[in-house]
Design a protein around this ligand. Structure first.
Ligand code: UDX
Length: 460
């Protein structure tokens, strides 16, 4: 039997997953309650920037393997495996995750199922959610008199990174599948694992490790991975605070640490810190959940990780003040506003936060990001959004590099000199060669370096 797959929730995660499932050869139905989103996806238009995804989406709309709908009845009839990829945003004013969308998706599905099905949660959820949803599915099926159906629930967390979503989905570092059952005597667990091994046959045959485990472990792997990554970034940024006082080169420090294979160089790039739709919210939700289950002490270090991260933003604002004397009336060019390169996402973006705070202190802020301007303007319209680094630098008293797009990394002082009023730049991502800039009379400051101390580039 060929497997039919539905993907419920067609935001970042869901749209990527649905498209990649079609690329793996399955017939796929994407489901969302948002009619506009469904219309747009059905026309091959993605509401966000993600390399390679638009081409694949259009390829599989054309091949007929991928369709979209708002209709749960159709989804329940169509799917053998139903992936849940809806969002779990931070609750407004709280740290805990808002599970409304996950709960609704599972409930809707359970209400409409008329044939055997495997429900597979992909969303990032607080530990305990899968077991609770499993009970919800059972009780809805029982209420409907459908408890004869074979319906299983598995948790299969998603580790994709924005900007590399397609490659992370098609060739993941690992696959984790958690199952559990309220009826230990039945064979549901083996059935669920078997179906998912078929779904992921291609990556598995390419050697992707598969970890088959219980619900709690699967849920925790995801948040633990994000907590570890956030900790690694804040670790190096904490050392930035030290080198800014005592001197030293944070990049060389990171390189030297990274050569230790037990540590590794990845995620040791010091700068304005982490942002985006996952890391900040996930470490907060993890702490909130730990508090609920009585493990608050165990996750307390994440408060520090979060604070170190936010202090990097303060640091850039203070540095700007130090360099300019007074922010009121100063012209500041902000290069990069998305939370990381190759993304137009500005959720919890350190760059946008810094730009907005400089504006609120009276500076005139011009912003250029290769992809992020539109989303940033929707969130913070009062900045002057322009369409090139040159335009942002026009008459600037200070240039801030806050997101390390390639075009900024390649940039040299000569590129900006015709435009700026003052030769002053803060490298918030530690990607420029300071000597090149100071040689041409620029005041150059990189995060993690003592002000006024030239960078040592020799070791790089
Ligand atoms: C992250 C996880 O990597 C991914 O596995 C999970 O599924 C979702 O969350 P993403 O949010 O796309 O992915 O971005 P990521 O590449 O992890 O970067 C997160 C933030 O950390 C960015 O703001 C980035 O600029 C920052 N970062 C990353 C650093 O400041 N220094 C580093 O060394 C690495």
């Amino acid at each position: 039997m060929d497997l039919n797959i539905t993907v419920i929730g067609t935001g970042y995660l869901g749209a990527t997953h649905a498209t990649c499932m079609a690329e793996l050869g399955f017939n796929v139905l994407g489901v969302d309650v948002d009619q506009d989103k469904i219309d747009s996806l059905s026309r091959g238009v993605l509401p966000f920037h993600e390399p390679h995804l638009p081409e694949l989406l259009r390829k599989h709309l054309a091949s007929g393997r991928l369709r979209f709908t708002t209709d749960y009845t159709e989804a329940a009839e169509f799917g053998d495996v139903h992936f849940i990829g809806v969002g779990t945003p931070q609750k407004p004013g709280e740290h805990a995750a808002d599970l409304t969308y996950v709960d609704d998706a599972v409930l809707q599905l359970a209400r409409h199922l008329r044939k055997d099905a495997l429900i597979v949660g992909k969303s990032t959820v607080p530990v305990g959610t899968a077991r609770r949803l499993r009970a919800v599915v059972d009780s809805v099926l029982a209420e409907r008199g459908m408890d004869g159906l074979k319906v299983a629930l598995a948790w299969n967390p998603e580790f994709l990174r924005e900007g590399r979503a397609v490659e992370d989905t098609l060739t993941p570092d690992r696959l984790v599948v958690g199952t559990g059952t309220n009826r230990p005597e039945d064979t549901e667990r083996e059935w669920a694992h078997g179906l998912l091994r078929r779904v992921y046959a291609k990556p598995l045959s390419a050697g992707t490790p598969l970890i088959e485990t219980d619900y709690e472990t699967a849920e925790l792997v995801k948040v633990a991975a994000n907590a570890f990554l956030a900790t690694k970034i804040s670790f190096i940024n904490a050392f930035s605070e030290v080198t800014e006082i005592v001197g030293g080169d944070i990049r060389t420090l990171a390189d030297a640490l990274g050569h230790d294979t037990r540590i590794g160089r990845k995620f040791l790039n010091a700068g304005v810190g982490f942002g985006g739709g996952c890391l900040p919210k996930d470490i907060r939700a993890l702490q909130a959940r730990a508090n609920e289950v009585g493990a608050s002490a165990a996750m307390r270090f994440l408060t520090e990780v979060d604070e170190i991260n936010l202090r990097r933003r303060d640091r850039v604002v203070h540095l700007a003040e130090e360099h300019l004397g007074i922010l009121d009336g100063a012209r500041i060019a902000v290069l990069g506003v998305s939370f990381k390169p190759e993304s137009d996402d500005v959720r919890d973006s350190p760059a946008l936060d810094i730009a907005a705070r400089l504006y609120s202190s009276g500076a005139e802020v011009s912003v250029y990001d290769p992809q992020g301007n539109r989303n940033a303007a929707a969130r913070f319209p009062r900045l002057n959004y322009v369409d090139s680094a040159h335009a942002a630098a026009a008459e600037a008293d200070l240039v801030l590099l806050l997101t390390e797009w390639d075009e900024f990394k390649r940039m040299g002082p000569q590129d900006l000199e015709p435009y700026v009023r003052e030769r002053r730049i803060i490298d918030g991502r530690n990607v420029l060669d300071g000597e090149k800039w100071t040689d041409r009379g620029w005041t150059f400051q990189a995060l993690g370096h003592r002000p006024g101390v030239p960078e040592t580039v020799a070791a790089r």
